[in-house]
Design a protein around this ligand. Structure first.
Ligand SMILES: O=C(CO)[C@H](O)[C@H](O)COP(=O)(O)O
Ligand SMILES: [Fe+2]
Length: 216
C-alpha cells in the first residue's frame, strides 16, 4: 500500500500542533519528522521535546528521519519520545549493524537512509533486518529542493535488489516530491512518499487528498 508521510519541516512551527492535526484529519497516515544536528547536515531543526509534545496531538505513525552523526547516542531517547519508525543514515553510522540492533531492541521499526550518491548495494548484509529503506532524492539538509532525476533509476534498482532476495520491504522516497512526479516515483518502486513543501503550501488538507488520488 502507498502511504503519504508529510514532512513537518515545511510546516509553520509557530502553530505546529494545529498543522499536524489538519494533515492527520485529512488522512495522512505517517508524519515525517526531520531531525538535523548541524553536523551531518548543515541545518539544525528540532529534537526530542518537540516529538514528545507532538505525540500528544496524533496517533499517526511517527516516521523519524535522523540526520545526525553517530545516532546510537540518541536511539533510546527518540524511541521513548514516541518514534514508531527510526531512520538512520548509512553515511552517519560507524557500525551500522550495531545501530540497527539497537533500534530493534527498542521495539521500533528500522529504516536506513541512503544519500543520492550512495549505492544500494551497501545494504546487502543488513537488508534482512530492515523494515524500510529511505532513498534520498535530494542531498539532505534542506526542504524545498529539486528532485534529482537519477534517483528514479536508483528506486528501480533497489526494488529489484529487494525482490531478487525474495523480500518485500517498504521503500520510502524523500526530497523534491510533488504532484507532478509522484506517479513516476511510485512506478519506479517507492511506496512511502515523503512530501514537505508540496503538502504544506496552500490548502494542506486538499494537498493530502490530491496526493492520495495520484498514489492509488
Ligand atoms: O529530509 C529532508 C531534507 O533533508 C526532508 O524530509 C525533505 O527535504 C522534504 O522536504 P521537501 O518535500 O520540501 O523536499
Ligand atoms: Fe526527511
Amino acid at each position: 500500500m502507498n502511504k503519504l508521510s508529510p514532512s513537518i519541516l515545511a510546516a509553520d512551527f509557530s502553530k505546529l500542533g494545529e498543522e499536524v492535526k489538519k494533515i492527520d484529519q485529512a488522512g495522512a497516515e505517517y508524519l515525517h519528522i526531520d531531525v538535523m544536528d548541524g553536523m551531518f547536515v548543515p541545518s539544525i531543526s528540532f529534537g526530542i521535546p518537540v516529538i514528545k509534545s507532538l505525540r500528544k496531538k496524533t496517533s499517526r505513525v511517527f516516521d523519524v528521519h535522523l540526520m545526525i552523526e553517530d545516532p546510537d547516542r540518541y536511539i533510546r531517547d527518540f524511541a521513548d519520545a514516541g518514534a514508531d519508525i527510526i531512520t538512520v543514515h548509512y553515511e552517519a553510522c560507524k557500525h551500522l549493524h550495531r545501530t540497527i540492533q539497537q533500534i530493534k531492541e527498542c521495539g521500533k521499526k528500522v529504516c536506513v537512509a541512503l544519500n543520492p550518491a550512495t549505492p544500494v548495494e551497501v545494504l546487502e548484509y543488513v537488508l534482512d533486518d530492515l523494515d524500510m529503506v529511505l532513498i534520498m532524492s535530494v542531498n539532505p539538509g534542506f526542504g524545498g529542493q529539486k528532485f534529482i532525476p537519477f534517483t528514479l533509476e536508483k528506486l528501480r534498482k533497489l526494488r529489484h535488489f529487494i525482490s531478487d532476495r525474495g523480500m518485500d520491504i517498504d521503500i520510502e522516497v524523500d526530497g523534491g516530491v510533488n504532484l507532478d512526479n509522484v506517479e513516476d516515483i511510485i512506478k519506479a518502486g517507492a511506496n512511502i512518499i515523503v512530501a514537505g513543501t508540496a503538502v504544506f503550501s496552500g490548502d494542506k488538507a486538499n494537498n493530502v487528498k490530491l496526493f492520495y488520488d495520484k498514489m492509488k
